[in-house]
Every structure is written in structure tokens, then in C-alpha cells.
Design a binder for this molecule. Structure first.
Ligand SMILES: Nc1ncnc2c1ncn2[C@@H]1O[C@H](COP(=O)(O)OP(=O)(O)OP(=O)(O)O)[C@@H](O)[C@H]1O
Ligand SMILES: [Mg+2]
Length: 252
């Protein structure tokens, strides 16, 4: 039996009275990369943010449905959202380093979790920057401001920051959309290197990117999941006409 690290069923989400997700069933196998694709406004980010309770931060959002992470109910009242988000980390479209040093950015989550031991922090910062494929570029300037880096480097530092707390799942919402092609390709390489180490769910508008890096693809439209299958199948032989129209560029 294949191991599902994350299972969601019958997900409905409302912004105020407006329903934005109309009953999504989607599950993720451990260490798979899944691409979420679909037209603008189809609910990809809304769904992604529901997975680590980012909507908790807004007051008009209602989330219904089942969300099980390693057999644990994500929305159980006793779930600690800080540790949840360390296990289900997130990277956004705009690189968002904090205005302090590269080192302190990556150590941030560890310090929040109460780690103080310098040896442990040094080791984990180095390991995370290596995993994010940026160590060689920053190892001599760890105490310089993260804001002095290029956009692509900042994005890889954001990935390192998310990796430092040892997540099982990484959510990435258009992580290369704001980057120049060269930086985008470096960030994409980083994701490829992380393959098999953790489960990734990535929203992308790039069909080329989805087909290059993902094992599975989920096609969203108007708050519904239209098709979910192996990436090859979705791109080469989609079951639904809407999927075919979208990937061949007829709308979206
Ligand atoms: N904070 C919000 N308040 C009210 N409605 C929202 C909010 N965020 C998103 N929506 C609505 O929910 C729907 C889904 O939006 P969402 O941002 O999830 O789409 P998306 O697929 O990520 O689009 P894009 O590709 O443009 O990022 C849209 O109709 C959008 O207008
Ligand atoms: Mg979005």
C-alpha cells in the first residue's frame, strides 16, 4: 500500500459567504512532488493555505472538511499551529527574508522552537543552506543582511529557513514566478535536489515547470478539482476536456 502523508476530503472553504472551494478530495503520497495548476482564481492558493492553517490568520474564512497529516487531524482544536507550520512549511512567491542576517533568518524557526545551543544552530543552519543549494554562495557572508542577496538567492534562503525546522511537507506557492529565468532555474534545481527527502506541493503557472519537476498534477478550475493523476498522464493524455484546453493554452 502506498503511504499517504496528507489526506484531504470534502474540503469546502468560504471567504465570508462566498464559497471558494467546493469539495476537494486530494491526497499526497510521501515524498511525491505534486503540482497544482489551473487558471487564475481557481483556488490553488486558497487550497494550499488551508493545508497548514494559514487561513487562521484571517477572521472571515471558514474551512470545512477532513485534513489528516500522518494520521493527525490538522484542524483539531489542540493542534499547535506553530509546530504544525514547522512540519508543513511554506514558501511564497515573493522571497520574504526577514531584515536580518542570512544566519539569523535560517536559525529563526529553531530559536522560536527554543533551541539555543550554538553548535546545534551552526550545524543546522549549514545543513539547511546546503540542502537549499545556496551554501557555497553565502558561506563567507552568513552575517550579512539577507536583503543584500539577489531575488533568487533570497528565495533559496527562504527555502533554507523553511527546511531548518525539519519539515515533512513543503508548500510552495509560485516560488519562481517573481524571479528572472536564471534564478528560477536555480530554485527549480533546488527543488529537484530535495526530491525524495520531503513531500512538496507546488503551485505553478508554468506548464513546463510542472511537467519537469512533478510526479503528480492536480488541475483546479472554479474552486473544483477537475483532474488529478500522474503528471505524464495529465499532460499527454488528460481525461477531461477542460484540462486539455488549459494545458494547450486555450484559457487561463
Ligand atoms: N482573502 C480573500 N478574500 C476574499 N476572496 C478571496 C481571498 N483570496 C482569494 N479569494 C477568492 O477566492 C478565489 C480563489 O482564489 P485563489 O487566490 O485561491 O486563486 P489562485 O488559483 O491561487 O489564483 P492565482 O493563480 O491568480 O494565484 C478567487 O475567486 C478569489 O477572488
Ligand atoms: Mg494563487
Amino acid at each position: 500500500m502506498t503511504e499517504k502523508i496528507l489526506v484531504t476530503e470534502n474540503v469546502h472553504l468560504y471567504y465570508g459567504k462566498k464559497e471558494a472551494l467546493h469539495g476537494i478530495d486530494l491526497s499526497f503520497k510521501k515524498n511525491d512532488i505534486t503540482a497544482l495548476i489551473g487558471p487564475s482564481g481557481s483556488g490553488k492558493s486558497t487550497y494550499l493555505r488551508a493545508l497548514n492553517r494559514m487561513h487562521d490568520l484571517a477572521d472571515n474564512v471558514t474551512v470545512n472538511g477532513t485534513f489528516m497529516f500522518n494520521g493527525q487531524d490538522i484542524y483539531a482544536p489542540n493542534t499547535d499551529t506553530v509546530s504544525l507550520r514547522q512540519k508543513i512549511g511554506m514558501v511564497f512567491q515573493q522571497p520574504n527574508p526577514f531584515p536580518f542576517s542570512i544566519y539569523d533568518n535560517v536559525a529563526f524557526g529553531l530559536r522560536t522552537a527554543g533551541h539555543k545551543d550554538k553548535g546545534f544552530l551552526d550545524e543546522t543552519v549549514e545543513k539547511s543552506l546546503k540542502q537549499a543549494a545556496i551554501w557555497d554562495e553565502v558561506k563567507d557572508t552568513l552575517h550579512k543582511s539577507a536583503l543584500s542577496l539577489s531575488g533568487g538567492q533570497q528565495q533559496r534562503v527562504s527555502i533554507a529557513r523553511a527546511l531548518a525546522t525539519g519539515p515533512d511537507i513543503m508548500l510552495l506557492d509560485e516560488p519562481t514566478a517573481a524571479l528572472d529565468p536564471m534564478s528560477a532555474s536555480k530554485v527549480e534545481d533546488t527543488m529537484m535536489q530535495l526530491r525524495n527527502q520531503l513531500t512538496m506541493i507546488i503551485v505553478t503557472h508554468s506548464m513546463a515547470q510542472a511537467s519537469r519537476i512533478s510526479d503528480k498534477t492536480a488541475f483546479f478550475m472554479d474552486g473544483n478539482l477537475i483532474e488529478f493523476d500522474n503528471t505524464k498522464k495529465v499532460f499527454l493524455d488528460p481525461t477531461r476536456q477542460e484540462t486539455q484546453d488549459y494545458i494547450s493554452g486555450r484559457f487561463g
